[in-house]
Design a protein around this ligand. Sequence first.
Ligand SMILES: [Zn+2]
Length: 263
Amino acid sequence: MHNSTKDSLRFTFAYVIFCILFISSALTLSVLAGNDIVLIENNPEAGVSGEAPIVEENNKTFLLMIDAGHGGEDGGAVSDGGVYEKDLNLAVSENIADLSMLFGQPYSMTRDSDKLLYDKYSELTDYTGKKKSLDLKNRLRSADEENADVFLSIHMNKFTSPASMGLQVYYSPNNEGSRVLAEAITAYNKAHLQKDNERETKSATSSIYLLHRLQIPAVLVECGFLSNPDETARLQTKTYRASLACTVFTPVLEYCTRDSAKQ
Ligand SMILES: [Zn+2]
């Protein structure tokens, strides 16, 4: 798709999400609790002189790195119907990026298209057998080179039983902030999106390369199971992905904007 068309579509999506957020009182209250956003109707300057109302800028310095898992040659998990994890990861990550833009949260994406990142920092003549490991190393390097403050990795799950479903959050064992953020996402999801979700928030083992190595607050959200046909069908709808993105983004924004976050 042409870039400007894509940008325009993304802006339209972002506007819809913006409206959804402000219609939902729970989300609105929660988001505003951690921010200095001045609501237009509370701004005494608004409408007095006919000038555009002023919305004050937040003093945010945290850089959120949004990491859409897999990509390109690495499709990640695949549903029986041929839905690739990499595509859903990117779609949800783009929604979270749009929300970050709307709320003035500085962000960066490890990838914004369907590609693996093995050649981001170096060019080899032969990548045979090295693509996945170089990709992960380069995601780690991106966080370092861009001085990211919080790392949010988006993935989809798969299990042998088709009954398994629901979001689950993993966190880096390297700092307390990771656990705090992961618990906040789990709690927010249970309160607003998946009330019956009893999945535990878990510390990542060395099997999750990025979380095991990142020293900044870092979480990985397994958004749902591609082995569950109902959940896969939901994940394929824009509406559900928007709800999912809001559910993950709201506690992330609260974390990034709280005073004690940068320790
Ligand atoms: Zn994955």
